[in-house]
Design a protein around this ligand. Structure first.
Ligand code: SF4
Length: 232
């Protein structure tokens, strides 16, 4: 039974074929894809994901071993002294806010799920600071459960490519689930996120180096094409 898009329509064979071509080209660009964050459990992945906001994965990877050696269990972090945590996560920036967030997160996992990070999207999004995007990454990375994470890159790139006309992340997620095969969902969003960072920038997309140029509906690419002399 084909999955419908957010507006209830079902993608045509041509639309699915275009999605498959996009995926194949992105797979060629990024044969291996996954988070660069180091983690050893769903709890650690959740915490490092919060810490990774506004900083590099490399920065977080330096801090994470110290943090998890000091607080190996969810309960340890739930009962942590905020000042001690602040000192450890200081170099990741916004350290006060991040400290509050990860302690609150650990407390919620303790109180709501007995210290176990849940495996269901509906339950994950009940945790403070965990939106559908973080939950999707967690499901895909930690449990290999098919999920599509829609962040600002996925939203921008998929709209430019004409894979969705929606603006709401939940509706975009539904549209993408309708055109891509389920077993590819996780890889699709990870690859599009990286592609958005590397090539399809919000303000200066590198259309001239883009393997998806011929499939793209973004109007600025036509401006680019008009400025580019034909290849001889
Ligand atoms: S052609 Fe340009 S706008 Fe379209 S996907 Fe490629 S980089 Fe993005």
């Amino acid at each position: 039974m084909p999955l419908p898009r957010a507006d209830g329509t079902v993608p045509t064979r041509g639309e699915k074929g275009k999605a498959r071509t996009i995926l194949n080209r992105l797979r060629r660009r990024y044969p291996e894809i996954g988070t660069a964050l180091d983690y050893e459990s769903p709890y650690e992945l959740l915490v490092v994901t919060v810490l990774s906001a506004q900083t590099t994965d490399e920065n977080v990877n330096k801090v994470a071993p110290i943090l998890f050696e000091r607080y190996p269990l969810v309960r340890d972090l739930a009962e942590a002294d905020p000042e001690e945590v602040e000192e450890i996560v200081y170099s990741t920036g916004f350290y006060r806010q991040k400290t509050r967030s990860i302690i609150k997160l650990a407390q919620a996992i303790e109180e709501m799920f007995d210290g176990e990070v849940p495996m269901e999207m509906d339950e994950l999004v009940k945790l403070p600071g965990v939106g559908r995007k973080t939950a999707s990454v967690l499901l895909a990375e930690a449990w290999d459960v098919p999920a599509i994470a829609v962040d600002t890159h996925v939203r921008r790139v998929t709209r430019r490519l004409g894979l969705t006309a929606q603006a709401d992340p939940v509706k975009i997620e539904k549209d993408l689930m309708a055109v891509f095969p389920k077993n590819e969902w996780s890889g699709v969003s990870m690859r599009i996120i990286q592609f958005g960072r590397d090539i399809c920038d919000a303000r200066r997309p590198l259309c001239g180096r883009c393997e998806l140029f011929g499939l793209c509906e973004f109007s600025e690419r036509f401006l680019f094409a008009a400025k580019t002399p034909p290849r001889t």
